[in-house]
Design a protein around this ligand. Structure first.
Ligand code: APR
Length: 239
């Protein structure tokens, strides 16, 4: 793995930088990825895209909660890794820095990142299925029902078959089209619209860099592919 002189120079002089992360950025913290590595997540015989679907919320909300409660419990003990910390340091290095994540684990915030654009929501939040009131579950136990209207709560995450939170992608797209340097870290780049952000950045003239131990559908469009683990590659930029 080699970082080109061109990229080092760009990194040293860039003003507007955007980073898009996926499950791979949390892999070294112990979070299983969804795809790749033969590690496909299955819950009680259901693939993750079945249990984590809008349809399942309609059909069997308690089963959805069981899966998300299990995942929260599992995440509780996990800590950010050097990739999360490197990205958190970058926010103060550039005039305009944008962090967009597909992850719901909250590890970027735990590492100190502020203003994280969470395209797929956050596993530490619940929201009312009727009135939309949000509840933070990081410190407190999950309430049984909405305190405002008494209706059922659901995880405040984007499930398969659902739209992204209003405005989140649009804001990220504006930032992507203004970026000079775009890093795509630890994502299989298969799930749209998130995977479209590097394409937007590229089309607008940004230098696009992928950090991933494996190739993805995006690799061939990138200006530079850094083949390796995020926690090992990202800290190299500060040397
Ligand atoms: N460093 C960098 N990348 C890694 C590492 C690592 N240490 N380990 C694995 N990867 C890469 C894999 O090679 C793979 O390309 O991370 C990627 C993980 O891909 P996915 O599991 O598909 O995760 P992601 O791209 O975030 O999925 C997108 O799909 O299931 C939905 O909503 C869910 O947000 C998720 C979305």
């Amino acid at each position: 793995m080699h970082i080109s002189a061109e990229l080092r120079e760009l990194f040293a002089g860039a003003n507007r930088v955007l980073v898009l992360t996926g499950a791979g950025v949390s892999a070294e913290s112990g979070v299983p990825t969804f795809r790749g590595g033969g590690n496909t997540a299955v819950w009680k015989g259901m693939p993750f895209d079945v249990i984590s679907s809008a349809e399942m919320v309609e059909r069997d909300l308690p089963a959805v909660w069981e899966w998300f409660d299990y995942r929260r419990h599992f995440l509780e003990e996990l800590k950010p890794n050097p990739a999360h910390y490197a990205i958190a340091r970058w926010q103060d290095r550039f005039a305009e820095f944008t962090l967009v994540t597909q992850n719901i684990d909250g590890l970027h915030q735990k590492a100190g990142s502020r203003e994280v654009i969470e395209l797929h929501g956050n596993i530490w939040r619940a929201r009312c299925t009727a009135c939309g009131t949000a509840y933070n579950m990081a410190q407190e136990k999950r309430p049984d029902a909405c305190f405002e209207c008494g209706d059922l709560l659901r995880p405040d995450v984007v499930l398969f078959g659902e739209m992204l939170p209003r405005g989140a992608f649009e804001f990220a797209a504006v930032r992507a089209s203004a970026s000079e340097l775009c890093f795509v870290v630890g994502t299989s780049a298969l799930v749209y619209p998130a995977a479209g952000l590097p394409e937007i950045a590229k089309a607008a003239g940004a230098y696009v860099v992928e950090v991933n131990p494996e190739r993805t559908p995006l690799s061939s469009q990138c200006d530079e592919v850094l083949t390796g683990k995020a926690g090992e590659v990202l800290p190299l930029f500060e040397r």
